[in-house]
Structure formats: C-alpha cells, structure tokens
Write a protein that binds this ligand. Structure first.
Ligand SMILES: Cc1cc2nc3c(=O)[nH]c(=O)nc-3n(C[C@H](O)[C@H](O)[C@H](O)COP(=O)(O)OP(=O)(O)OC[C@H]3O[C@@H](n4cnc5c(N)ncnc54)[C@H](O)[C@@H]3O)c2cc1C
Length: 283
C-alpha cells in the first residue's frame, strides 16, 4: 500500500537550484532558516531536458546531507527513458523516497513540446511505477485555473485524472490567488472520484514585474484589484511586500480554514517572505 499523506503536516517548501556558487552559498543559510520551522519536506525544481541536472543534484545533496526529507522534481520532456532511469537510480542511492513527476516545459530553442520518449506526465508516472514499484511517493502538478495548453478545463481535468490513475499519491497545484478556483477544482475532482490530497501551491508576492511575467507564462491569474494595487506602488518595494503579504496571508487563511490539506510554498529561494507567512498563520 502506498503512503498517502491525507493528514498531518503537509507543509512544504520549494527551492530552485542556484546558478552560481554564490547563490548556492546563500541557499545554505536560506535552508537553515526554513528548515528550523519544521516543514514536511523541501522540493527542488528541475530544468526540463536536463538543463539543470547537475545543479538540481547538487541542491538535493545539500539537503540530504542535513537529513532533510527531499522531493526532487523530475520532468520527462526531452529525456529518454534511460536518462530518467539513471536519475531515479541516483535518487534511490541517496535514500530519497519522494518525487515530483512532471512533463516540464522545454526552454525555447530546445525543441517541440512532444520531444522525448515520455510525452506527458501520466506516462512518466506509469514509467516510475513500472520501474521502481512503490519506492517513491509521487506528487504531480494540478491546475485549478487550467493548464495554459489545455484545450478545455474538462480535458485538463481528464489529463489530471490520468496521472492519478497512473499511480500519483498526491498533487501540488500551480499557484493561484483565487481561492474559489481551488475549491471548485477540488469539487470537480471529487465528482471524478479523484481522492488524493491536492495541496495548494502558494507564491508569496515580493516583486510585481517578476510575478506578472511568471503568471502570464503559467496561466495564473492575478486578480485585477491586486494587479492594480501592485502596479500603483511602482518602485516602492516595501509597500509591494506589505500589501503582497496581506493578500497571500488572507488566501492561506481561507485555504486552511476551508480544509486544504497543507500548503506548498514557492519560496523562490528567499526565507523571509515564507517565514513571515508561516509565523502569521501560526503554523
Ligand atoms: C508544482 C509544480 C512544480 C513544477 N516544477 C517544475 C520543474 O521543476 N521543472 C519544470 O520544467 N516545470 C515545472 N513545472 C511546470 C510544468 O512542467 C508545466 O506546467 C508543464 O507545462 C506541464 O507539466 P505537467 O507535469 O503538469 O504536464 P502534463 O500533466 O503532462 O500536462 C501538460 C499538458 O498536456 C495535457 N495533457 C496531459 N496528458 C495528456 C495526454 N495524455 N494527451 C493529451 N494531452 C495531455 C494537459 O491537459 C496539459 O495541458 C511545475 C509545475 C507545478 C504546478
């Protein structure tokens, strides 16, 4: 029987692998501060097509050396089965039991979206189960505001169900600022008899232009009133941070009050914004 995180501490922190030695040094301190509050696990992103492979490995090793429960992300697009298997073997050697399984998005210039032997995340989940049985707790991505390439919300939901049927244990959502989208997504999942925990992904707001760029790319909607307020602050970083904190704190409170099974924080490798939310939520 696979482990199913249906209760208990489902609060996790996401990191990305730094590009420079200096960034890696800074990350040591960030990890220490974040780990001090006792999250369930840390996840580490992975550039599709293997573009961050070594840096992801290095970041994962940094966490494992401290005995931290670590969930490396693994995307299949642009990779062969042999490459995926190599990575899984590498993680098993490091006593890792958790994977975030994704299709990924190839950086522009690296080829078409269907490149590679495994085309979609459901195929990756099936492959991991076939090759490694229950060795990994598998998380997959979910999109309460619909994946940007999906032809319809229903088709996207069917794609999500395929990943669950292939053996995913839990899901983490794309970040969103409309709590209604999340709860409506949960209702739709229930109607399709999808029973795994679907943990909301939460992105602290600290920088408006970066957030607007990310959100356009990944299909996350910034509500008009939030966008207008953030725009209005211009270069006033302090006001952006303060307002952003209050917006995200309100979102997290509603998610928790209405029964979300936990929260996955997209930390962007910064400890302070996530720790402030953690403290104000009384986690
Ligand atoms: C929590 C989280 C973590 C992430 N981490 C990373 C990361 O580390 N690295 C990275 O590169 N990206 C990451 N991403 C981004 C993600 O890779 C992209 O959103 C990508 O476009 C889709 O990945 P997926 O696993 O959701 O794909 P899939 O579930 O395969 O879905 C992709 C699209 O194809 C459709 N689809 C799915 N299956 C089928 C099928 N069998 N036939 C036809 N259509 C289908 C879906 O509806 C959707 O539109 C992350 C996203 C989330 C939410």
């Amino acid at each position: 029987m696979r482990s199913r995180d249906t209760n208990g501490n489902n609060y996790s922190f996401e990191l990305f692998p730094p590009k420079t030695a200096e960034g890696m040094e800074k990350l040591v301190d960030t990890v220490e501060r974040l780990n001090a509050v006792g999250p369930r696990y840390f996840s580490v992103t992975y550039g599709a097509g293997g573009s961050t492979r070594e840096r992801t490995f290095e970041t994962v090793s940094l966490l494992r050396r401290q005995g931290i429960d670590t969930a490396p992300h693994l995307s299949c697009i642009g990779s062969s089965r042999t490459e995926v298997l190599d990575i899984l073997r590498h993680y098993r050697e490091q006593d890792i039991h958790r994977i975030v399984a994704l299709r990924g998005d190839l950086p522009s210039g690296m080829g078409a979206v269907t490149t590679g032997e495994l085309r979609y995340a459901n195929e990756l989940v099936t492959f991991i189960r076939e090759e490694t049985g229950d060795a990994f707790h598998i998380e997959v991505a979910a999109y309460p505001e619909v994946h940007p390439q999906a032809p319809s919300a229903m088709r996207d939901l069917e794609s999500f169900k395929r990943k669950v049927d292939a053996g995913a244990d839990a899901a983490i959502t794309q970040y969103f600022y409309n709590a209604d989208a999340y709860f409506s997504f949960l209702d739709a999942c229930e109607r399709l008899d999808i029973r795994i925990p679907i943990v909301p992904g939460v992105m602290p707001i600290t920088n408006y232009s970066r957030l607007a760029r990310f959100s356009d790319a990944c299909g996350a909607e910034i509500p008009r009133w939030v966008r207008k307020r953030l725009e209005g602050y211009g270069d006033d970083i302090e006001s952006i941070r303060e307002f952003g904190h209050q917006v995200v704190l309100g979102l997290c409170r509603r998610l928790i009050d209405q029964g979300a099974p936990g929260i996955h924080f997209y930390t962007m490798n910064q400890a302070a914004p996530t720790l402030r939310l953690w403290r104000d939520l009384g986690l």
